[in-house]
Design a protein around this ligand. Structure first.
Ligand SMILES: [Zn+2]
Length: 234
């Protein structure tokens, strides 16, 4: 069974690692930001969509709304075999609500993976991010620049800095993380669930460390691309 929570500041790579884990295990990647965007886009006049529409920029999601959105995802049959939670819980109150929910289901978390990265590196990652408003491709002014400055390689549209990536918003998001979410590291450490992983390296390096953290007993069998055989990585 794979029931995992990913913790870490914005820009630490939770989304990427969550997607990789969910593909590896065949379980849903329950990303709270994505769920909220879907609820907002949902034109059905549901209670959740109505509540969600009152929230500006997804910054201060009331606990009751966040809990309801996530639990609805976990109630789906696809999540019966496990899940990867990303962006939830965001504070201790949500973590306690999640504990109650899991207890009712007679489920337990297997691990909470905290992706840790130095503040300076985070700010550098977040500040230089560019997004294509037409096709959604993302770039970075230093680490992954487009071929032609300010223009999407894939579709030719002019790149933009998302509202979330504006310097003011980056500072607000990081301050919120420190104040609200960081206490969860101690919360889960007390419960013996915490695994910390260095999130500063390349995606595949970080993913190898994440797998080591959550699959300590499992032999690692990765198909070598083009090789047609398996190799054990320990
Ligand atoms: Zn594009």
């Amino acid at each position: 069974m794979h029931r995992i929570v990913l913790l870490g500041p914005p820009g630490a790579g939770k989304g990427t690692q969550g997607t990789l884990l969910s593909e590896r295990w065949g379980v849903p990647h329950v990303a709270s930001g994505e769920i909220l965007r879907r609820a907002l886009a949902d034109d059905k006049d549901t209670e959740l969509a109505r509540t969600a529409q009152t929230i500006k920029q997804g910054n201060f999601i009331p606990d009751a709304v966040a809990n309801a959105l996530v639990f609805r995802e976990l109630d789906r049959p696809e999540a019966a075999g496990g899940f990867v939670l990303d962006g939830y819980p965001r504070d201790v109150a949500q973590a306690e609500a999640l504990e109650d929910y899991l207890r009712q289901k007679a489920w337990t978390l297997d691990a909470v993976v905290a992706l840790l990265i130095e503040e300076q590196a985070l700010v550098a990652r977040l500040m230089g991010r560019l997004t294509c408003p037409r096709c959604g491709e993302s770039y970075h002014v230093r680490s992954a620049p487009p071929l032609k400055e300010g223009v999407c390689d894939k579709c030719g549209a002019a790149l933009v800095v998302r509202d979330d990536d504006q310097p003011e918003r980056v500072r607000t998001r990081l301050a919120l993380y420190h104040q609200k979410t960081e206490p969860l590291i101690a919360f889960y450490r007390e419960r013996g669930l915490l695994r910390t992983v260095d999130g500063s390296g390349a995606e595949d390096t970080v993913f190898a460390a994440v797998r080591d953290a959550v699959e300590p007993d499992a032999p690692e069998r990765d198909t070598v691309p083009g090789g047609g055989h398996s190799e054990t990585l320990v």
